[in-house]
Design a protein around this ligand. Structure first.
Ligand code: BJW
Ligand code: ZN
Length: 269
């Protein structure tokens, strides 16, 4: 279809009005205007590494101290970050739709919890959250919002490349409250499967939604990258909100190129 995708906001708003089950897929771009760095692109470095190098089970087993510095830093950064106009538009929309007996669900790749902070209720966190830890020995998962998460990480994790590796002994890194095993962030790293319950409930919305918004994701990380194209294949409208086009753009009916914080409040008003 040569005319695809369209950027006709009035036409899209009419589809928003008619929808009964809306799936909102989000990625790092939705939090960019809150000052949270995205993964791919200039802001994606921590010291000399990109997230793709540190967000792996291999990196953690080789140097758990380094990987913990990285996640500790990102937890601390979130203390001063707040939801932006895009998160708020999504949360307000869910509230209005719920009152009308309709359904809005946010399926996010983000681990920053900004959708929750904005007031969204129906959230599926595909890649986990910064604020849970999981024991590498017994598997126990627990919420953890301590700042710092442990004494040894206090003041560590500065992103400037001139900072030395803190080389914290494993015994002083975050430990399991149950068995004292080494704990790790409860997030999904490259090469790891997503939680079965999480992918199953996401699949339900992919099959049932009658409108889908794809917000601030580069559409390169699987399985999340295939969700919106899958919806589009059913003939359901998908609208992409991004600063640029992505490998998935041509699958979609609408593409709104620009900051999500500007376009989502218009689209969902
Ligand atoms: C704005 C904006 C503004 C900016 N407004 N927009 C099939 C094909 C090929 C490969 C695979 C495949 N299946 C599996 C794989 C391997 C791998 C993968 O996908 N690799 C690709 C990179 C090639 N996938 C996996 O390993 C997944 N596991 C899996 O599939 O298990 C089964 C399996 C196991 C083993 C082998 C095979 C299968 C797990 C992936 C987990 C990803 N984890 C991370 C880290 C999470 C924890 C953490 O945060 O540290 O998740 S990686 C990182 O990327 C993070 C993100 O959630 C994810 C997606 O990034 P996102 O959100 O799209 O961010 P960016 O930065 O890429 O893009 C931002 C976008 O916003 C840009 O487009 C900007 O333009 C835009 N933007 N400002 C609007 N204001
Ligand atoms: Zn344990």
């Amino acid at each position: 279809a040569a005319e695809r995708p369209s950027s006709d906001m009035a036409a899209f708003r009419q589809e928003v009005k008619d929808a009964k089950h809306v799936l909102i897929l989000s990625g790092a771009g939705v939090s960019a205007e809150s000052g949270v760095p995205t993964f791919r692109g200039a802001g994606g470095y921590w010291r000399k590494w990109q997230a793709q190098q540190l967000a792996t089970p291999e990196a953690f087993s080789e140097n758990p101290s380094l990987v913990w510095e990285f996640y500790h830093h990102r937890r601390e950064v979130m203390n001063s970050k707040h939801p932006n106009a895009a998160h708020k538009a999504i949360a307000d929309y869910e509230e209005r739709m719920t009152k009308e007996g309709k359904n809005v669900v946010v399926v996010t790749q983000n681990i920053d919890e900004l959708h929750k902070k904005a007031g969204s209720k129906n959230i599926i966190e595909l890649h986990g959250t910064l604020f849970k830890i999981r024991c590498t020995v017994c598997g126990e998962v627990c919420e953890n919002r301590d700042s710092p998460i442990c004494e040894a990480l206090h003041g560590k994790g500065e992103p400037d490349p001139s900072n030395p590796d803190a080389a914290i002994p494993a015994a002083e890194l975050p430990r399991c409250g149950k068995c004292n095993g080494l704990a790790r962030p409860h997030v999904v790293w490259f090469g790891e499967g997503l939680d079965k319950d999480v992918t199953q409930s996401a699949a339900g919305h992919i099959d049932l939604c009658d409108l889908c918004l794809m917000v601030g994701t580069s559409s390169v990380v699987y399985p999340a990258a295939m969700y919106a194209p899958q919806v589009a294949l059913r003939g359901v409208t998908v609208a992409e909100f991004n600063l640029e086009s992505t490998p998935a753009t041509d699958c979609f009916k609408y593409h709104f190129e620009g900051p999500a914080g500007t376009f989502l409040p218009q689209a969902l008003a």
